[in-house]
Every structure is written in C-alpha cells, then in structure tokens.
Write a protein that binds this ligand. Sequence first.
Ligand SMILES: O=C1O[C@H](COP(=O)(O)O)[C@@H](O)[C@H](O)[C@H]1O
Length: 260
Amino acid sequence: MGRQPNLLAFPGVDALASTLRTYILHAQTAGLNRHEAFKVAVSGGSLPKTLAKALLAPAISDDDKIKFDKWEIFFADERAVPLDHEDSNFGLLKAELLDKIPAELGQPKVHPINTEFLNDVQELADQYEKLLIERFATRDSVRLPIFDLLLLGCGPDGHTCSLFPGHELLRETDSWVAPIEDSPKPPPKRITLTLPVVTHGVKIAFVATGGGKKDIMKQIFEGDGGLPCALVNEGGQERVTWFTDTPAVEGVSFPRRGNL
Ligand SMILES: O=C1O[C@H](COP(=O)(O)O)[C@@H](O)[C@H](O)[C@H]1O
C-alpha cells in the first residue's frame, strides 16, 4: 500500500488550489536545495486556470512565497501551432498565468517550442529534446531529465500530456520528447514528453476536476491499468499526487485518500 499514488479530493477548486500551492511550495524548496532552480513541466487543457488560482494568490508569509525568478517552465506537451494560436499550450499558460504574474514576484524562464519547425514535428520534438539536454546537462551524463515537478492534466479518455490510450507512443523508451501526428484530440500534430521522462519526475501532480472526469477516474484507479494516466500512476507510485474535486471521484474507491 505504501508506494501508491496519493488521491486527494477537495470540496471545491478553492480548497484544491490552496493545497496545490502548498504542495508546489514544497517541491520548489526541494528543487532550490537540489540545484538552485525549480524545473517544472506544465500541461495545457484545464490545468493552467487552476494553477493560476494556486500561484497568484498573495503570499501570507515568507515561506509561502512563489519564487518565480527561480522557475524554469517547460511544456509537458505542445501542439504544433504558432505560439499565439488558440490551440497553443504556451499561449494558454501565458494568458492564464504568465501575463498575470506581478512584477515583484520575478518572472520565470519559459521554454516554448521552436516554431521554426512547425512543419516537421519530428524535428520539433528533436529540438525540444535538445533544449532539455542543454538545460538538464548532456545526454551522455544523464539518462533522463529529472523534472522537480510535472503538473499534468487528465483527459476524459485517460490521456495525459499527448500520450493517448492505445497509442504506440506509450511504448517509447528511447526518446525524451516524441512527435505525434495522429492525435485523436485536435489538433493532430503535437509533441509530448514520453512516459519514462514523466514517470521519473521527483514529483508528479495531476489535476482533474468536474463530474465529466468521474468515469475515467474510476477506470484509472479501479480498472484499466493500460490507460496513460494509470501508467503514470504505476511508474511514479508514491511520487504521484492527484488533486481532484468531489465530483471527479464520485464512486471511486481508493485506499489512500487524504491530505498532503
Ligand atoms: O490536449 C490536451 O489535453 C490534456 C487534458 O486536458 P483537460 O482539458 O481535460 O484538462 C492536457 O493535459 C494536455 O496538455 C493537452 O494538450
């Protein structure tokens, strides 16, 4: 039982966001102690809005400060579109969070995709992997980039990042970043961190809210171990924490619910 993911259920998004902030602060402290920076991978979808609620709340003490100037933000997945396109995960994070960070909190170093390569998703993925090699040391000296924290979403089909149920990318063991040209959710062309990179994060957090997620949550925790989110649970074990609201976990029986 000890090495299972944590499943936290909150009555509403305000309570969820407040605990998510505390969790992120712990991860930030650990990252700063480890390498004087906080290296985070962030998803798109519904996550950035909740993240903004968690991170933009005013600090109540010095210990509660988000040190954005120490943050390096990477994308857990990105769509092969210009950065100002409505489908861009960077664009979404920018609108929901980055543009709203008060100047006095400092600004994070953000690593969007290189849009010169939008027409060649393999190259787009290779370029993003190259960036990870630069930011996490060379590929020779490091087997995998170890993010201090990955902040992930969970689609209603159980996908996370751009890793979709039944897709061959779930078997990728070599690349750190992979292209996908047949995403079942539009847009079809994307890049994504691969499962080995996701599951090796120091901490891995999912945010899944709303009754629309309850069927897939039941499958992830009680049924289909092959779903991408379930594979992250299996690989990340106790390093995985789910931040959910009550509607999202209605009917899900799981042995370990509780607080941080
Ligand atoms: O397409 C995507 O979907 C997932 C899940 O989105 P959500 O709106 O159901 O939270 C997201 O995590 C991923 O980054 C995005 O590209």
